[in-house]
Design a protein around this ligand. Structure first.
Ligand code: BDR
Ligand code: CA
Length: 298
């Protein structure tokens, strides 16, 4: 059994990642913590609760940082829509968000559990993790490992600066996390762009006849509609964030190498440096599509 906290900014692909993660019997999700990223904090927090309700799971949702460290938020409504979920209807959250801030919740969970028994899955800018490191460094070091969707090494990024969104949204947070001794595995765009959904996959998900799979099909269809102008990738779209829980449960479907990187301070781009990280640079897309489809129908 893997026990994890998921830090997220839902977000279309976050939503699919959460629907998958929350339904897997081998994953125990202790909490969802939210952050400003794809959309503002109030919306990412509401969405996290709504996604948990869709998954049929009661899990605490703890709102965290409403803005990056020292920068303005840069929501991506052009991709995720004004509601962050591409206009797809979700049920109302089963409970109000917790009044406990994400950083306090992480601290409390990490100190009340055995050391190195909790993973943190990062699907969003790393603001909350940097705040945890700053406020409770000893608690942060109790994290078993961080698995983060972020960065682009050989691939171009997806922001005008050349950075990947999660890392370019809050470079200061990324620098603090990279500077720590945390055990980090990155799943950058180099890998996630290989894990793609097309119209046939949307149809496959619908054919499963289960609410999380149907909602995921609707979310991917909305993602296509939102990004219809991106003609170069008209046939398929990448599923970034689902790679994180998929990696946790199925590392055999990823090709992981070690890379030495540092952070370009202005942009949050990863450039050659001296921090050794494990990085997933390749994956078995067919195997992962099958596993995601199965996992969304349990
Ligand atoms: C990442 O940025 C967000 O738009 C997605 O949710 C994902 O976490 C991809 O660069
Ligand atoms: Ca995300």
């Amino acid at each position: 059994m893997i026990r994890a906290i998921i830090d997220t900014d839902p977000g279309i692909d976050d939503a699919i990642a959460l629907l998958y993660a929350l339904r897997q019997p081998d994953l125990e999700i202790a909490a969802l913590t939210t952050v400003a990223g794809n959309i503002g904090l109030d919306v990412t927090t509401r969405n996290a609760g709504a996604i948990a309700a869709m998954a049929g799971v009661c899990v605490p949702v703890h709102p965290g940082a409403a803005a990056p460290l020292g920068r303005e938020p840069r929501p991506e409504t052009g991709i995720h829509g004004d509601d962050g979920l591409g206009g797809i209807a979700f049920p109302a959250p089963l409970a109000e968000p917790s009044s406990l801030h994400a950083v306090e919740a992480m601290h409390s969970l990490l100190t009340s559990a055995p050391e190195a028994s909790i993973d943190v899955f990062c699907l969003a800018p790393l603001t909350n993790i940097a705040l945890l490191l700053a406020r409770y460094p000893q608690s942060a070091m109790r994290i078993r490992r961080i698995i983060a969707m972020g960065g682009a090494l050989e691939e171009p990024g997806n922001m005008p600066s050349g950075a990947e969104f999660n890392f370019g949204h809050d470079p200061e947070a990324l620098m603090q996390v990279i500077a720590s001794d945390l055990d980090i595995t990155l799943i950058p765009l180099d890998a996630t762009r290989q894990f793609r959904a097309d119209a046939a996959y949307i149809a496959d998900l619908r054919a499963m006849g289960k609410a999380p799979a149907t909602a995921s099909a609707d979310l991917i269809a909305a993602y296509f509609a939102q990004t219809a102008h991106q003609s170069k990738t008209a046939e398929s779209r990448p599923l970034h964030d689902p790679c994180v829980p998929l990696f946790a449960l199925h590392p055999e479907l990823f090709r992981v190498t070690e890379r030495q990187v540092t952070v370009e301070p202005d942009t949050g781009r990863l450039i050659p440096g001296d921090r050794l990280l494990r990085v997933a640079m390749g994956l078995d897309a067919r195997g992962l599509r099958g596993e995601l489809r199965r996992g969304l129908a349990v």
